[in-house]
Design a protein around this ligand. Structure first.
Ligand SMILES: NC(=O)C1=CN([C@@H]2O[C@H](COP(=O)(O)OP(=O)(O)OC[C@H]3O[C@@H](n4cnc5c(N)ncnc54)[C@H](OP(=O)(O)O)[C@@H]3O)[C@@H](O)[C@H]2O)[C@@H](O)CC1
Ligand SMILES: Nc1ncnc2c1ncn2[C@@H]1O[C@H](COP(=O)(O)OP(=O)(O)O)[C@@H](O)[C@H]1O
Length: 332
């Protein structure tokens, strides 16, 4: 078990060759955001650029893309077609802002081109995990819950054989919990986390994935992070004070961060940071270590100027470059 250090983080920062162009630093395809969580799409997209990714495309519903474009010129958007009401039997449950499952066809080229895909920040798979449990088989179209569950299922099916890094966050994790604990009919292929994936659960999300009480997870964070990595065949970033990172073999503990990070949206920033490092060709395990350490350091630097009370998730975007400078300067 290793505690991450400034020197180690310095040693795994990706190079920035002079003879480079934007594609040298990789393409992130960020599938994120929904009507109530436009901010998550903004935060996760910009944080990938802030750690050095060359090109970030946000794929989401048209209203989310419009909203992010209005706030920043830095993110390329790919509006996905909304679901048509006649595709579902129970129109009451349709949110017209949901993405149509057929949107996956439109995404096919982008999925193949992307250096890394991040899925789930603010994607709103359903109104709540409870609702998913009330509709034990949302996939076969008999009853369609509000949200993007059918789109997400189609997306997962499309990327099952993908070997590019994929980061699963937030609602993507809740939906995977649902699939793991409510297997779909045998006619459908089993779904799992993809090869080279990273998952970023907070303790409650890991508790849903493992079906283990959240207090037990918190009491043995290293054990459950490592167990989940082995069982689910993925890299686990178990968030919270002293975030644990494990690939089932190695374990890293993060020393950075403080209560400034305990604010809505900071997890979305972390997802973007990890994606941004993956895009630059860093291995998924090292990308997780870089993202987590620098995210915590950005929170500390922000709190030094704004107090642990006053830091916003969006403030972290300004402090990520300062955290990177702090690490670079430690190398001299
Ligand atoms: N600006 C935006 O667009 C934002 C968009 N966002 C997006 O919103 C979506 C849903 O996110 P969310 O926050 O509504 O649900 P979620 O985090 O699952 O919490 C549900 C319950 O879980 C628990 N719980 C949570 N953390 C815990 C912990 N560390 N340790 C232990 N338990 C913990 C806690 O339950 P309690 O303990 O209170 O019973 C809590 O009430 C998601 O897609 C996200 O990306 C957000 O990032 C915000 C900013
Ligand atoms: N007290 C704390 N000390 C250190 N890090 C924290 C603390 N509280 C939250 N964090 C970090 O902030 C982020 C919160 O993520 P998450 O719970 O997914 O929030 P959200 O869904 O609102 O974005 C995680 O990276 C977590 O490790």
């Amino acid at each position: 078990m290793n505690t991450l250090t400034l020197e180690y983080i310095n040693s795994i920062l990706p190079p920035r060759p002079d003879d480079s162009h934007k594609m040298t630093f990789g393409q992130v395809l960020n599938i994120a955001g929904s009507i109530h969580y436009r901010g998550a799409a903004y935060l996760s997209s910009l944080s990938a650029l802030r750690v050095g990714a060359g090109y970030v495309t946000l794929a989401s519903s048209p209203s989310v893309c419009d909203s992010v474009s209005a706030q920043t010129p830095n993110v390329v958007t790919l509006p996905l077609p909304p679901r048509q009401a006649q595709q579902a039997i129970d129109i009451k449950h349709i949110n017209t802002q949901s993405i149509a499952p057929q949107a996956v066809l439109q995404l096919r080229d982008k999925l193949a081109q992307a250096s890394v895909i991040s899925i789930g920040s603010g994607l709103s798979i359903s109104q709540s995990t409870d609702q998913l449990n009330r509709y034990p088989n949302p996939i076969n179209g008999l009853i369609v819950p509000d949200g993007n569950s059918e789109f997400f299922y189609a997306l997962l099916t499309e990327i099952q054989a993908n070997t590019h890094p994929v980061i699963f966050d937030a609602d993507a994790l809740n939906f995977m919990s649902h699939l793991l604990h409510h297997p779909t009919s045998t006619a459908q292929k089993p779904i799992s986390f993809t090869k080279n994936s990273i998952i970023t659960p907070h303790p409650k999300e890991l508790s849903r994935l493992l079906n283990v009480d959240v207090n037990m997870i918190q009491a043995q964070r290293v054990h459950f992070a490592s167990l989940a990595a082995k069982q689910l065949n993925t890299i686990v970033v178990l968030k919270g004070k002293h975030t644990v990172i494990s690939d089932g073999e190695h374990i890293f503990i993060n020393p950075t961060g403080n209560s400034a990070l305990a604010k809505a949206g900071t997890g979305d920033v972390l997802t973007g940071m990890i994606a941004g490092f993956c895009a630059q060709g860093v291995s998924p395990l090292n990308a997780a270590c870089l993202g987590v350490y620098l995210h915590g350091l950005a929170g500390e630097l922000a709190a030094n100027e704004l107090s642990q009370y006053g830091v916003l998730a969006s403030d972290l975007l300004e402090y990520i470059p300062k955290a990177i400078l702090r690490v670079l300067n430690a190398g001299h």
